[in-house]
Design a protein around this ligand. Structure first.
Ligand SMILES: [Zn+2]
Length: 309
């Protein structure tokens, strides 16, 4: 199942306890999934098309419960959805429907369509969240946890995209808007923002999936970084030892190691015996033992002698 479907199923199952929030959710769903039909003066009907059965059921239940309306629910094969099932809801063009659409903020008082996020519906803190949930249920998409992070909500009008962006910002979630062909979209490419957004909507299972995936990925990256840095360390040690052996060979061939002061000679001999040891290990092989920095200083003196030859 696509991750988007999983998230929408989880959100569709949620029932806000307040009536105001159910109304806000329904308003967003109608705004994003609905098409208004004008049938004569002052008579407007609405029809919605959902790919997600749970979403269609939710709209149906809300209409019944909030307005005692009984819309028609039909399953159709939609060419737009490549022949997949489409769950269509028809709200007839009665006076009552017009009133419902006005109450939900889809029509203003002169019955003109309202294109943006209705301020009246989203005024309360709880209702703004419910509206965002409805918007994601209607036009949302989120990439799988193991894919590059992308979340978007597609809408038909610029005003709606801008309104959703502003609404999300009210809850400290920053999103961007863009235009794509005939649609507008409000989106985020940051997993952090997406986790905050889904947590705000109440999709806790989805949040857990995103987070556990992120934890696994971070662990894997940390192990890789560690392996890489240890490999790099080893390479540095080996390269350094090669240089030191080269210096010692130069000294041995021209002056002889016997010409070195004893403190340097023991280090040179230890290096020849343990070509792969780190400086600290080299110090431990000496009698008496030397610290890493003491070995380092003697190695530097050997280098200066070799350079002078
Ligand atoms: Zn509310």
């Amino acid at each position: 199942m696509a991750f988007t479907t999983e998230v929408k199923d989880e959100l569709a199952r949620m029932q806000p306890s307040r009536r105001c929030c159910r109304q806000a959710e329904l308003s967003a769903l109608f705004h994003l999934e609905g098409a208004l039909h004008l049938k004569g003066a002052n008579r407007l009907g609405l029809h919605t098309e959902s790919e997600n059965a749970a979403v269609a059921r939710k709209m149906f239940a809300y209409l019944k419960e909030l307005f005692s309306a009984s819309p028609e629910l039909r399953v159709e094969k939609a060419p737009r959805l490549r022949g997949h099932n489409c769950y269509c809801l028809y709200l007839d063009d009665s006076e009552k429907s017009t009133q419902i659409l006005n109450e939900l903020g889809l029509l203003d008082d002169s019955l003109r369509p309202m294109l943006g996020v209705p301020a009246r519906i989203t005024r309360r803190h709880c209702c703004g969240i419910a509206y965002l949930r409805g918007a994601f249920l209607g036009g949302g998409y989120i990439s799988r946890p193991d894919q590059p992070a992308h979340l978007e909500i597609n809408v038909q009008h610029d005003e709606m995209a801008e309104g959703l962006r502003t609404l999300a910002a009210r809850y400290d979630i920053s999103m961007n808007t863009t235009r794509k062909k005939r649609l507008y979209s409000v989106y985020s490419k940051g997993r952090g923002e997406q986790v905050d957004f889904l947590a705000l909507l109440g999709a806790h299972n989805a949040v857990l999936r995103l987070q556990s995936d992120a934890v696994v990925r971070e662990l894997r990256e940390r192990v890789n970084r560690r392996v890489n840095s240890e490999t790099a360390n080893l390479e540095r040690i080996v390269n350094a030892a090669q240089d030191q052996l080269q210096d010692i060979r130069v000294i041995d061939e021209s002056l002889g190691l016997g010409s070195l002061p004893p403190s340097l000679r023991v280090v040179a001999e230890a290096r020849m015996r343990y070509p792969e040891a780190s400086l600290a290990e080299l110090g431990e092989h000496l009698q008496p033992m030397l610290s890493k920095s003491a070995v380092y200083h003697r190695i530097l003196r050997l280098r200066r002698i070799a350079a002078g030859i």
